[in-house]
Design a protein around this ligand. Structure first.
Ligand code: 16G
Length: 245
């Protein structure tokens, strides 16, 4: 490859030019999903760029979620994400939703324990002065692919031992007779913040869906306040509408 062909007609810093060139190769299918990028040294030779520049370009692609680095075996083009259609008419758990699609749920734990509640938690969960709150904060994955970040808060008498939740929160609630039967959900558009984007494996500023769910027990009491961020590139939320009579 002629270095001019890589860089000749482009502007901007050289690592950005190289990054764009690699992005183009991916878009055109020259570098298909799951294929490996040539080693840094080789790219440097072909392009006549320094290895520092090549490394910087690849690091940018990693940050953008286009490329992933696998320990010991180099950089690979990430396979595009599969979109999931999620019904808004049923009160189901993430584990149930993924299971129905034949996908396995895993969670990366970011926080799980008993905390002093925020004013919002006190108000929404109807806590009394001095009450603590159970919090579970997880990155939810489907077949290993990050899908959503979920921050759930529950009154302690509904979830006395947050540590009991090793897989499904709703399963634990079900076992103690505290499975919510109704929920109100609010969905808003967001641009993912850098930390959240990194956890979800997408580029900073990517579109996301922020979802707040407040769920209720049969008694009418609030069981759960969950604030989630779903990947905008992975989810379609679908609701069925009927003519009101
Ligand atoms: C869903 C719910 C979340 C609930 C979780 C329980 C939304 C936006 N969120 O992801 O409120 O806490 O399911 O899932 O639908 P689990 O039983 O698999 O832990």
């Amino acid at each position: 490859l002629d270095p001019q062909e890589w860089l000749g007609h482009r502007s901007g810093p050289r690592y950005v030019q190289l990054r764009r060139r690699i992005e183009e190769a991916i878009e055109k299918g020259i570098l298909p999903p799951d294929s490996s990028l040539p080693p840094e040294r080789e790219v440097a030779e072909i392009t006549e760029l320094s290895r520092v520049t090549v490394r910087k370009a690849i690091q940018e692609l990693v940050k953008l979620g286009v490329v992933e680095q696998r320990q010991g075996s180099g950089s690979f083009v990430r396979a595009p994400v599969a979109r999931v259609e999620q019904s808004l008419s049923h009160l189901t758990s993430f584990t149930e939703d993924m299971k129905r699609r034949g996908l396995e749920t895993t969670s990366r734990w970011l926080e799980r324990g008993v905390f002093i509640p925020s004013p919002e938690e006190v108000l929404t969960l109807g806590l009394a002065t001095g009450d603590s709150v159970a919090r579970i904060y997880r990155l939810r994955e489907a077949d290993g692919q990050p899908m959503a970040l979920e921050r759930a808060s529950l009154p302690l008498d509904i979830l006395p031992n947050p540590i009991d939740v090793s897989r499904s929160l709703y399963e634990v609630l079900e076992q103690s007779g505290n499975r919510p039967v109704r929920a109100v959900q609010k969905i808003s558009a967001v641009n993912l913040e850098p930390g959240d984007a990194e956890l979800l494996g997408v580029a900073e500023g990517t579109a996301g869906l922020s979802i707040q769910r407040i769920s209720y027990l049969d008694s009418g009491r609030v069981a759960e306040l969950t604030k989630s961020v779903y990947r905008g590139d992975a989810y379609d939320f679908v609701a069925e509408l009927r003519l009101s009579t």
